[in-house]
Design a protein around this ligand. Structure first.
Ligand SMILES: Nc1ncnc2c1ncn2[C@@H]1O[C@H](COP(=O)(O)OP(=O)(O)OP(=O)(O)O)[C@@H](O)[C@H]1O
Ligand SMILES: [Mg+2]
Length: 234
């Protein structure tokens, strides 16, 4: 469970997050939608403890970042805009490296399985620097889940993926949900949001403009709500 209370973030005299109150329950798959510059990536970075909030409180499974840094770090899988991969390493070397940081068992076996799962077995030992954008994104996804995190924070995870990789990613998210993983996914892709998420949050100007649950993968409902909050008001 993620709990956020009265969270603000200020940078260069600009209020990026203007008082976010939010509770995400265990096992929920939540999409964060919103226009460019709304503060979506900033919110994810605060949750991943990459940046400090100006004020407010964040707890992950009841724990505060400040006091339980390593414990929370192990619980979280974070996929940022940039891949975080080492260019001159192969997919396997990258995954084993990150797996070892988290101290996971049977790391090589798991790395090979994940590379296969994201459809890159053929490129097991080739350096990542030779990969296309979509291939890098596939490995970046594998990196984010190498330690089987309880909480997944994904920043535009579908970007650059072909149809096959989109299905792979969606299946990964859905199967992790079945194991109880909580996913928070920033996206501009309403179709994917409607397909895999059970709750939608619309962020606008650093505030939550809407927060609702969806049923039956209702894309039309999501688009209508977004239009109302974001496009209609401009
Ligand atoms: N370190 C920083 N210093 C100053 N301003 C920042 C910093 N990081 C982000 N911002 C500003 O905060 C606002 C929100 O940025 P953020 O990256 O969170 O937006 P976003 O909702 O993820 O947008 P996008 O859809 O384009 O990815 C932007 O106006 C951005 O310029
Ligand atoms: Mg962003």
């Amino acid at each position: 469970m993620i709990e956020i209370k009265n969270l603000t973030k200020q940078a260069d005299n600009k209020l990026i997050l203007r008082g976010i109150d939010l509770t995400i329950h265990k096992g929920e798959t939540v999409a964060i939608l919103g226009p460019n510059g709304a503060g979506k990536s900033t919110l994810l970075k605060v949750l991943a403890s990459l940046i400090k909030p100006t004020s407010g409180l964040v707890t992950i499974n009841g724990l505060k970042w400040k006091r339980n840094y390593l414990q929370i770090k192990k619980m979280i899988g974070y996929l940022p805009h940039s891949s975080l991969l080492y260019d001159h390493y192969s997919p396997i070397e990258n995954l084993v490296f990150f797996g070892n940081i988290y101290g996971i068992n049977d790391v090589e076996q798991r790395a090979v399985r994940l590379v296969k799962e994201v459809g890159l077995s053929f490129f097991l030992n080739e350096p990542v620097k030779n990969f296309s954008r979509g291939m890098i994104q596939r490995i970046a996804i594998a990196r984010a889940i190498i330690h089987e995190p309880e909480v997944l924070l994904l920043d535009e995870p579908h970007t650059g993926l072909d149809q096959g990789a989109i299905s792979i990613l969606n299946n990964v998210i859905i199967s992790m949900k079945e194991k109880g993983t909580t996913t928070l996914m920033v996206t501009h892709d309403f179709k994917q949001a409607a397909e895999i998420c059970d709750r939608i949050i619309i962020l606008k100007n650093g505030r939550i403009a809407d927060d609702f649950y969806i049923e039956n993968q209702n894309l039309g409902f999501v688009s209508k709500k977004y239009q109302l909050q974001v496009e209609g008001a401009s």
